[in-house]
Structure formats: C-alpha cells, structure tokens
Design a protein around this ligand. Sequence first.
Ligand code: EPU
Length: 349
Amino acid sequence: MTASADLLQQDVALDAFNTLRLPARAAWYARVDHVDGLRAVLDDPRVAGLPSLVLGGGSNLVLAGDFAGLVLHVAFHGRSKVQEDADAYYVRAGGGESWHDFVRWTLEQGWPGLENLSLIPGTVGAAPVQNIGAYGLEMAEHFYSLRAYDLATGKTVGFDKRDCGFGYRDSFFKQAGAGRYLIAAVTFRLPKAWKPVTGYADVAAELAARGLVQPTPLQISDAVIAIRRRKLPDPAEIGNAGSFFKNPVVDAATYARLAAAHPGLPHYPQADGREKLAAGWLIDQAGWKGRRLGPVGCYDRQALVLVNHGGATGADVIAVARAVRADVAARFGVDLEPEPVFAGTPPTP
Ligand code: EPU
C-alpha cells in the first residue's frame, strides 16, 4: 500500500504540464502510476470532496486559471502485445505512455495500423477521450477496449468500443462520462491484413514527392511526421494545443448557400448527407491567419491552431478564441465549437 503522503503535493505549478504553457496552480497534485497509489491519494482526507482533474500530456487543455482541487497526473506505464489471433494483434499500453512513442513502437514491432496518427502530442490514455484523428484515420478505427478507474465509485471498469460512443473528436468521456474516469490502459486491435490510408491530399502529395508508390507503414509514418513538422507548431517550441476548434458539420442547405458565395470552400461530404467544413479555412478567410491579440494569435501556417507567443494567460487565449468565433459567425453564419477541454477558475478582475 502506498502512503498518499508520498504522492500528494500541495500548491503545484502546472505551467510545464500544459502544452499551451499557461500559468496555473493546482491546490493539490499527485502523479499516479498504479491503482494502489491512486486509491491512497483519493482516500486522503485532505482532498476529500474536492473536484479532480485528470491530466495526461496536457496537450488538449486550456487552463483558464488555478485549479482549486486535485490534479491527477496519469503516469500508468507499460506496453505489450496481449493477444494475437489469425486476424489481428492486440496491443495494450498504459494511459501515461507517450502516444507517438507508442505508435512508433508498434510499427517497429511489425504491427501496423496507427501510422497516420504519428506525432500527435499527448498520451495513450487521452487518445480515446477526444478520439484523436489525422490524415484520414481516427483512433476509434483500431480501438479495442480500455480499463478506467471510476473516480465516483472507486472501481475499475472495462469499456469496449461501443461503450465509448466515439464520434468525430468526441466520446462518452467528453460527454456523460466527462471528468469521472481515469483511463489506466488502452488496448488496440491491429489487423494483420494491413490497408494503407493514403488518400488524404497532403499524404498523397508527400508520398509522391518521396517517390513512394507502395509505401511501408514506417514510410507513411515518416511522411506524416514531415507534414506535421511543416504545418503545425511544435509544442516544445511554441505553446499550442493543436486544432483549437472542431471542423464544423453543416446541413446541405447551409453548405449550398456558403459554396455559392465562397468558391473554393473546402468540404468533406458526410455519410448522413451533411458537409464538414474546414474551420482553418474559415478562420483564415476571416483574416485571422498569423494575426494576434497581445500574446496569443492564430498560427501563420495553420489558422486553426492558437499559439501562445509567450507570457499568455488562459484569459488571453479565451479572448482570442471568442474573437475568432465571433468573426467566423459574422462572416459565414457558422458557429465554431472549441476542441480542447477547459479547466480552472479565471481570476476575478
Ligand atoms: N486551410 C486554410 N487555411 C488555414 C488552414 C487550413 O485554407 O490556415 C485549408 C487547407 O488548405 C485545407 C483545409 O483548410 O484545404 C483543411 O486543412 P488541413 O488539411 O490542414 O486540416 P484541418 O481540417 O485544418 C484536421 C484536424 C487536424 C489534423 C488534420 C490532418 C480537426 C479539428 N483538425 O485539420 O488535427 O492533423 O486535419 O488530418 O479535425 C488536432 O485535432 O489537434 C489536429 C491537429
């Protein structure tokens, strides 16, 4: 049994634990790497009844201010092949493992499938929460199951794919289950019959430029890494949380109206007849690409990413997000929904 006194820390700076590099403090903080330690922390009377915030890589998080509760920093580790049948490999990783390192490790082992999701910041445990996706692939495609600790009941629960309610950048863990679970481990099913996903325009162009007609999984991973490095800011160099808004999905009539007024509007037809629009394009057209208000602005190579040029607070980020949203709504009549999770209490003015 682990004594919570060893794990619980009071008044901890979270600046280094969120990739937007926003300044905020946690009233209480614990880095947990096994269930016994987690239980000991949660049983500690000093944190009884306080709200908790489960923290992974902090790469999809906006800290509006200090967090007056307990931050549980997930450090569950380990990765292994747990099963293999005629059709697939089943590979599990601890929630605290780096997502990108996990992806590269699966490829090196000869278990392809996740290569299009290379270089996405964050942890394995955070991946199902927003069903991370990129370059024509969503994590849900290869998700098999997960184990989570239910902070409300103190029990460990298993979730299969259906339980998770995955959608575009969405899951049960962002909806009804928000804030209630700590994802301890995730298992992926990687089919032995590998199908490369190379239809996304940027990927196709990068592979062509490299002269690759039948790329290997590692070559696709390398191409994706190159595209991301070119287009997206590296959180190690400039604070950001990836795409700040979801790509909006509109009905056919709205799309028709917009397409008539704006030739060149990028759109992706959905199975239900609606159309997904490119939020980055809308923001760019609204004049925000490379524009900033004080320390926060839209990235100059991808307007969908808000960046902290240095010294920003959560309030600065929220001010730019509001202004961008209002300008896009005024110009196109489309409401943008933020993608990250928000936490913390802004200081009262
Ligand atoms: N575009 C512009 N100006 C911009 C940005 C984009 O005109 O400033 C246009 C592009 O030219 C393109 C379209 O908008 O025609 C879409 O842009 P892009 O291919 O860069 O992708 P995205 O839709 O902006 C989504 C994901 C990214 C993911 C990429 C690649 C969302 C919210 N974002 O971005 O995910 O890497 O596709 O698959 O779905 C993330 O979620 O944090 C993230 C980075």
